[in-house]
Design a protein around this ligand. Structure first.
Ligand SMILES: Nc1nc2c(ncn2[C@@H]2O[C@H](COP(=O)(O)OP(=O)(O)O)[C@@H](O)[C@H]2O)c(=O)[nH]1
Ligand SMILES: [Mg+2]
Length: 454
């Protein structure tokens, strides 16, 4: 199993040299080589023996070369369930080891994605506000606090507008069409000014439509987001799977709505685009070639994983710590953490990874630490055996680490192969990825027999 340096090291040795000497019938007609004259027989044996030694040396050197190449090439997969943070880590690697600059085309795509991510989050929050029966609360708040943002609308009016246009699609077409983005040219108008982001064909139709809705209704979103009532909905967001990091977008709506808006590095890191194909980036770091693969995590995407399983040096398995109280987007009754544990079990015990280093990233520690204050681990049915104190993130993390360790059938998980991470924090990722790189390279040398096992 490939989860730590406790694994016995397998050394690759050259096959034994081919036995010297021909076995008759070589060189035409003679059934018995003893009929040959001695010299020619001897010379045949010597020649043949020389050939075998040369061949053997060649095989040795080929093996050596292959082994050196393997040591200088590291194939790494990012695996884990959907929304655990794989693509964010992939983006951090690009910032750290690759080309941190993004083309305008890329930036425009992320601009559309950021705006559409806000609409997706708002749609869920507005729906959930109604489901939680908080409309009256919103009315009270509106009366007490006639306007919040700019005297132009109350939070109840903002809610009604968003409900009509984002959820019920009952708004009138003229009001819904902001006359903003121009789909054909890719350049749109925004409040009478040219909108830098405009449309992005790469973002897809749904995201472009949501980005248009954003420009038409962002003022209502700002007003509702500033209300007290929406804060109560936010605390209960797990039920509707709002992406936690999008709180940063919601806190910055005016900037993202501006015609001059260009996504920042942080905006790009928190942008959520569902990965639907295997993506690979190559890096050369300190003379070693790294191939890093990012894959889609949803159940429907996992059959594509198998295509990347060949000769994998390391798997970074990503699981979101904060998802202990959430259900899967694709199967509402399945707890996300349970799904991650099962997936981890099948990756660790997969024969394709018998000689692969498996590193575990327990991600989204920032959200976990916040959530643990109001969402009890033991209150989740699959984790009712949690006996630690409530609101205690250290105990909570240790509890989940043990759950992941228990997934290994016949091996121990070395603690240095586990990291508790925040993928959206570049400083944290720089540290974690550098130490992961060292661990992977050391483990690779051990597995190849160049270093002794611990
Ligand atoms: N707050 C926070 N958000 C995160 C973290 N890791 C990922 N995210 C966000 O979670 C969402 C899903 O992440 P993504 O990398 O697309 O997940 P993937 O499906 O595994 O590729 C994105 O919007 C990220 O910004 C984290 O450690 N903390
Ligand atoms: Mg992804």
């Amino acid at each position: 199993m490939g989860c730590g340096s406790s694994t016995p090291v397998q050394t690759v040795s050259a096959p034994p040299a081919t036995p010297a000497g021909g076995s008759g019938n070589i060189g035409g007609g003679d059934a018995d080589p003893s009929y040959r004259d001695r010299d020619s027989a001897t010379s045949f044996v010597n020649k043949s023996s020389k050939t075998s030694i040369a061949e053997s040396r060649q095989i040795d050197s080929e093996l050596e070369r292959a082994r050196n190449e393997d040591l200088h090439k590291i194939k790494m997969l990012l695996l884990g369930a959907g929304e655990s943070g794989k693509s964010t880590i992939f983006k951090q690697m690009r910032l750290l080891y690759g080309n941190a600059n993004r083309s305008d085309e890329d930036l425009k795509m992320y601009g559309v994605v950021a705006r559409s991510n806000i609409v997706v989050a708002m749609r869920k929050l507005v729906t959930h506000l109604g489901d939680l029966g908080l409309e009256e609360e919103l009315d009270r708040e509106s009366k007490n606090n006639a306007s919040i943002a700019d005297n132009s609308m109350t939070c109840r009016e903002a809610y009604d507008e968003l409900r009509a246009y984002l959820v019920d699609n009952s708004g009138t077409a003229s009001a819904q069409d902001p006359g903003t983005a121009n789909g054909d040219s890719g350049v749109g108008e925004n409040g009478g000014k040219t909108d830098w982001v405009g449309n992005s064909p790469r973002a897809g139709l749904a995201a472009n439509n949501d980005a248009k809705l954003f420009l038409a209704h962002y003022k209502a979103m700002e007003v509702l987001w500033k209300s007290q009532t929406i804060k109560q909905v936010w605390v209960k967001r797990s039920a509707v799977n709002v992406i936690d990091s999008h709180k940063d977008y919601l806190n910055d709506i005016a900037r993202i709505a501006s015609p001059d808006y260009k996504p920042t590095t942080q905006d790009i890191l928190i942008a959520r685009v569902r990965t639907t194909q295997v993506v690979m980036e190559k890096y050369r770091i300190d003379g070693i070639d790294f191939e890093v693969y990012d894959v889609g995590g949803q159940r429907s995407e996992r059959r594509k994983w198998i295509d990347c399983f060949d000769s994998v040096t390391a798997v970074i398995f990503v699981a979101a710590l904060s998802e202990y109280d959430q259900s899967l987007a694709e199967a509402k009754r399945t707890n996300r953490m349970v799904e991650a544990l099962e997936l981890f079990r099948s990756v660790c015990n997969n024969r394709a990874f018998a000689n692969t280093s498996i590193i575990l990233f327990l991600n989204k520690k920032d959200i976990f630490m916040e959530k643990i204050q109001y969402s009890d681990i033991a209150a989740q049915r699959p984790f009712c055996d949690y006996a630690g104190p409530t609101k205690d993130s250290d105990h909570g993390v240790l509890y989940f680490i043990q759950k992941f360790k228990d997934c290994l059938i016949d091996d121990e998980f070395n603690d240095s192969f586990i990291h508790v991470t925040c993928a959206t924090d570049t400083n944290n990722m720089e540290f974690v990825l550098e130490s992961t790189r060292t661990i992977i390279m050391t483990d690779n040398l051990k597995r190849s027999g160049f270093l002794g096992a611990d």
